[in-house]
Design a binder for this molecule. Structure first.
Ligand code: EPU
Length: 432
């Protein structure tokens, strides 16, 4: 396994480009199942989660050619299952449920279970699909779903779940009649999936709002042009926070600044200078950072996927910051690791109080999930000396070439096998 080594305390300068959004790419790949034939998806991020998804689709019977424009042929479906060994590694595989039920009338998906950030049930996915005419049975850790035909329905979600909304929309587009999803998730990635579905011939109104009205159609077919995935707002926000923690002047290009207002506002409050371009965001931090108060919320609120990274920013501010996590019940695992780097963070339930000192110390740390890993990398960029971030396979799941992108803006960062311990070889990794 690899680890990341960072020689921190170096301000970041320059530009880097955002990749396509992981959380739009995955559902869009699953959505191709709804329209038999050849699809081309552009701005596809190069991520382990994307290759896992393509490999699952391959098992289902749909071969693909991965690349920045990925081609996938969904003409045939031969296997309607997402097995445990796949779902265990990637929860998003639950997104096969809606498309397979809509296309084949049957689907068998391993229950995802909990993960490092909480229990994460899928009851709302099942409730919505049941309303559309699916039946589910639980057997040996699997959900076996079937339907004799989907029909439109009125669905009220108890929580505006992102993948739950996507699963239900993907089934409703081929249902007989009209469906209305109330309290739907408004996240830009959900909107992107809906826009993709409309290019296949789906009829969806209210895209980007909490009420989605879907007029089912008899069939969908692949679009003639490649569909371009929305830029990754979380990746963008992560690099902006990197400039805030390490200092400097960094611009993220090829992004959509309108999707990360909640993040840029917090960085401005923290004392950074933020400049918004039509497709870019630039952050400068020269002086000290101010403490912040933030509570995560569904879009357009502050994203839970940016909470860990903002906590690192708070550590680099002088004074008391308060961070409240309202989406997941156990998403402060990074606080203890940041503690190893000298941060003083008290957590009580879903509230973390950060007593920032304006500095972090280098140390070996271990990542527990994707965004926690990113937060630790940001901490390493800010702390003087050598920081090692272990278990970085999480990062490969969700950040395309993070090491390369950060190097491009002046970070002294490298990747090396976690067996390597002697200082000279670690230093070598920084310049490799
Ligand atoms: N929830 C339920 N029942 C359900 C579904 C969700 O109670 O049936 C609860 C969850 O337990 C959680 C809340 O609703 O407390 C929100 O969960 P949601 O379902 O919206 O999350 P998700 O769809 O599993 C997606 C992203 C996550 C991101 C969340 C919240 C994908 C593939 N994943 O997960 O991304 O944190 O929405 O925005 O889209 C990440 O990229 O690091 C990541 C974890």
């Amino acid at each position: 396994m690899d680890k990341i080594v960072i020689d921190g305390g170096v301000p970041l300068h320059g530009t880097l480009s955002a990749s396509g959004a992981k959380n739009a790419a995955l559902p869009i790949l699953f959505a191709t199942l709804l329209a038999p034939g050849e699809h081309r998806i552009a701005n596809m991020p190069k991520l382990v989660d994307v290759s896992e998804t393509l490999s699952l689709l391959g098992r289902i019977g749909c071969p693909s050619l991965a690349g920045s424009t990925t081609r996938i042929d969904t003409s045939r479906v031969v296997f309607c299952e997402a097995p445990y060994d796949v779902v265990r590694k990637m929860r998003a595989s639950v997104l096969v449920l809606g498309p397979l039920l809509a296309r084949e009338g049957t689907a068998r998906v391993s229950l995802p279970g909990g993960c490092a950030i909480g229990v994460r049930p899928i009851d709302q996915h099942l409730k919505g699909l049941e309303a559309l005419g699916c039946r589910f049975e639980l057997e040996g850790g699997y959900v076996n779903g079937s339907t004799d035909g989907l029909r439109g329905a009125e669905i009220h979600l108890d929580v505006p779940t992102v993948t739950g909304t996507e699963n239900i929309v993907m089934a409703a587009v081929l249902a007989d009649g009209t469906s209305v999803i109330h309290n739907a998730a408004k996240e830009p990635e959900v909107a992107d999936v809906c826009r993709f579905l409309t290019t296949l011939g789906a009829r969806i109104e209210g895209i980007g709002t909490s009420t989605l009205t879907i007029d089912g159609v008899a069939r969908l077919s692949p679009a003639s042009r490649p569909y371009r995935i929305v830029p990754d707002r979380i990746e963008t926000g992560t690099y902006l926070c990197a400039a805030a923690t390490a200092g400097g002047d960094l611009e993220v290009l090829e992004t959509d600044p309108t999707l990360i207002t909640a993040v840029t506002e917090k960085l401005t409050e923290a004392g950074c200078t933020v400049e918004i371009g039509p497709r870019s965001v630039r952050v400068r931090r020269e002086g000290p950072l101010h403490p912040i108060e933030v509570a995560t919320a569904a879009y357009p609120g502050f994203p839970t996927d940016m909470q860990a990274q903002l906590m690192t920013v708070a550590c680099m501010a002088e004074g008391r910051s308060v961070i409240t996590e309202t989406i997941f019940e156990n998403r402060f695992m990074h606080a203890a690791e940041l503690g190893r780097m000298g941060a003083h963070i008290e957590t009580q339930g879903n509230v973390a109080t950060v007593h920032g000192t304006g500095r972090l110390m280098s140390s070996p740390v271990m990542a527990s999930d994707l965004r926690a890993s990113a937060a630790l990398v940001l901490a390493g960029l800010a702390a003087e000396g050598l920081t090692e971030v272990l278990r970085i396979y999480h990062l490969d799941r969700g950040y395309e070439d993070m090491v390369g992108k950060l190097r491009g803006v002046g970070a002294r960062i490298g990747r090396v096998s976690d067996e390597v311990r002697d200082e000279a070889r670690l230093q070598q990794a920084l310049s490799a």
